[in-house]
Ligand binder design. Structure first.
Ligand SMILES: Cc1cc2nc3c(=O)[nH]c(=O)nc-3n(C[C@H](O)[C@H](O)[C@H](O)COP(=O)(O)OP(=O)(O)OC[C@H]3O[C@@H](n4cnc5c(N)ncnc54)[C@H](O)[C@@H]3O)c2cc1C
Length: 439
């Protein structure tokens, strides 16, 4: 008997989303091959903030963000920047972002993000309880703190909005902030505590799950780059890689910020921009907050990770520019002292300085589901600032789709083709070239 396919499912990308997809697909009996051009967890899933945050359920594309962004844009140490350039894809993305920022659209995104974030949290809990892994999932909640009265008032408004969608906030004063973070002085005027939130060391999570899925029989091919696709009608037959082709019945695109480039030439329109962020991981000292904290005005998060302590931030829309923005890294680190003056970074041992590219869609929602053009391509990409939080629920739904099961959540708002026909160069599916027709 001739073998029809090399494998049942090829997953493109071995980050948090790809590895979670591999787990849930294998659990359903599929033969799974993960392909990564680099190594497992070698990109954005590695040293990010590690927060699992239902409290981040207001989309980034929200009213007022553009005005704030423009104000910050020219400041070399600001937490947000766009490198000005005449790039049609960036211009279109910005136009779609602005469209998504309209109040009613932003509001419509909140329950969608909430369900994804809560779904992610639930799956993390199930993985922790059900697998023989030591994931160190921590349920300490998340405390957002504010230096300014104005910021605090805005934060309280957001908290009230989230409360209307079932996310419970506790509004606290500056004394409670000091107490909750470990009893050290703070310059914060107040805070909002989200008790449902959790955190994890993202690299530890993805690497442990990758080892586990290997044990379940998943093949992970590292240093293998997808370079194109073999298509027949409305089906993808195989991916082409720099190490040969792999045919399969289903394909999951989990290539993070590189996803649009990977499917260049296919009839798919995935507006996405990489947003660079940095993290610095220190050996913890007694001055570090003992629970995860968000420094609201600085757009920085602080995550305790056992004996280590991570500070992560900045959102830089500069394409795939891998240069190190020294001033921005320093400003992320310094922002800790603005809120917690006892922290002295110069006296702390640095373990790792890291950068990653968030895969940002214009409306802050991931692309999840089958595309219109191909019956057997499932997209699971574009998770932006929330790819750790949403990785397990996204992986679960990718597996449910492949298995023909009803997905856990309504996927309509996450449809990968939702921007087709909108904006500059509408419907542009990228440069032709990598698509190859089967003879
Ligand atoms: C500073 C910072 C802080 C963050 N903090 C948080 C947080 O606290 N909580 C949270 O939920 N999220 C956070 N995020 C966001 C989160 O890190 C991302 O959303 C998430 O890691 C995306 O996962 P992914 O699997 O989609 O992509 P990635 O982890 O980037 O994986 C994509 C993979 O695809 C591979 N690939 C690319 N091209 C090809 C190709 N041609 N062939 C084969 N493989 C290919 C890459 O090598 C890579 O391994 C943060 C991000 C940053 C930058």
């Amino acid at each position: 008997m001739t073998k029809r396919y090399d494998t049942d499912v090829v997953i493109i990308g071995g980050g948090a989303v790809g590895i979670c997809s591999a787990f849930y697909l294998r659990q359903r009996g599929f033969k799974v091959t993960v392909v990564d051009r680099d190594r497992v967890c070698g990109a954005c899933s590695a040293a990010n903030g590690g927060l699992i945050v239902p409290s981040y359920s207001i989309p980034l594309s929200s009213p007022g963000k553009i005005a704030k962004g423009l104000k910050w844009m020219l400041h070399p140490e600001s937490p947000f920047s766009i490198k000005p350039r005449l790039d049609p894809a960036l211009l279109r993305w910005m136009m779609l972002f602005q469209r998504a920022s309209r109040p009613y659209r932003c509001r419509a995104g909140i329950p969608v993000l909430r369900d994804l974030n809560l779904g992610g949290l639930l799956q993390f809990q199930a993985l922790q309880a059900g697998l023989p892994l030591d994931l160190e999932l921590s349920h300490q909640g998340f405390l957002e703190v504010f230096r300014t009265r104005h910021g605090y008032e805005e934060g309280v408004e957001d908290a009230r909005l989230l409360e209307g969608f079932g996310i419970i906030p506790e509004i606290v004063g500056s004394e409670a902030v000091a107490e909750m973070t470990g009893g050290r002085p703070t310059r914060a005027v107040g805070g909002i505590f989200y008790p449902q939130d959790a955190h994890i060391d993202p690299r530890r999570f993805v690497e442990q799950l990758a080892t586990h899925v290997r044990g379940m029989g998943v093949e992970i091919r590292e240093s293998t780059m997808v370079t194109g696709f073999r298509i027949s009608g409305s089906r993808i037959r195989a991916v082409e890689t720099d190490r040969g082709g792999i045919s399969a019945r289903h394909f999951v695109l989990a290539g993070g910020a590189w996803s649009p480039g990977i499917v260049t030439g296919l009839k798919i329109d995935l507006p996405m921009q990489p947003a660079k962020g940095y993290s610095v991981t220190f050996v913890r000292t007694d001055a570090c907050p003992v629970i995860p904290v968000g420094l609201s005005e600085a757009k920085t998060v602080l995550t305790p990770l056992g004996e280590r302590f991570r500070v992560a931030g900045t959102l830089e829309f500069a394409g795939f520019d891998e240069s190190w923005g020294r001033r921005r890294v320093l400003s992320v680190v310094r922002s800790m002292c603005d809120y917690f003056p006892d922290i002295d970074p110069s006296a702390m041992a640095v373990e790792e300085i890291w950068q990653g590219f968030r895969p940002c869609s214009p409306d802050g929602l991931p692309y999840l589901g089958h595309t219109d053009a191909y019956d057997n391509l499932i997209v699971a990409a574009g998770h932006g600032m929330l790819g750790v939080t949403q990785a397990p629920i996204s992986g679960l739904m990718a597996a449910q789709l492949a298995a023909g099961e009803r997905p856990e959540l309504n996927l309509t708002p996450l449809h990968p083709d939702r921007f087709r026909g909108l904006g500059l160069f509408s419907g542009a599916a990228g440069r032709p070239g990598t698509r190859r027709m089967e003879s």
